[in-house]
Design a protein around this ligand. Sequence first.
Ligand SMILES: Nc1nc2c(ncn2[C@@H]2O[C@H](COP(=O)(O)OP(=O)(O)OP(=O)(O)O)[C@@H](O)[C@H]2O)c(=O)[nH]1
Ligand SMILES: [Mg+2]
Length: 47
Amino acid sequence: MKKIVLMGNPNVGKSVVFSRLTGANVIASNYPGTTVDFSKGKMKIGK
Ligand SMILES: Nc1nc2c(ncn2[C@@H]2O[C@H](COP(=O)(O)OP(=O)(O)OP(=O)(O)O)[C@@H](O)[C@H]2O)c(=O)[nH]1
Ligand SMILES: [Mg+2]
């Protein structure tokens, strides 16, 4: 299984993208510092 790390500046939409890709329920909000630790999720690529 390949690993992908999603990282970037605060409040740029990482949690939104992460939730859409993995289906994981991660909190997204309109101010920086919402996610302060790392979250893990899985997705299928292709097919
Ligand atoms: N206009 C617009 N807003 C977006 C888009 N993606 C995310 N947002 C908004 O940007 C804000 C931040 O989104 P998050 O997903 O919480 O950002 P984050 O990078 O996880 O932020 P931190 O966890 O604080 O680092 C939210 O208000 C989202 O609704 C987009 O493609 N377009
Ligand atoms: Mg976040």
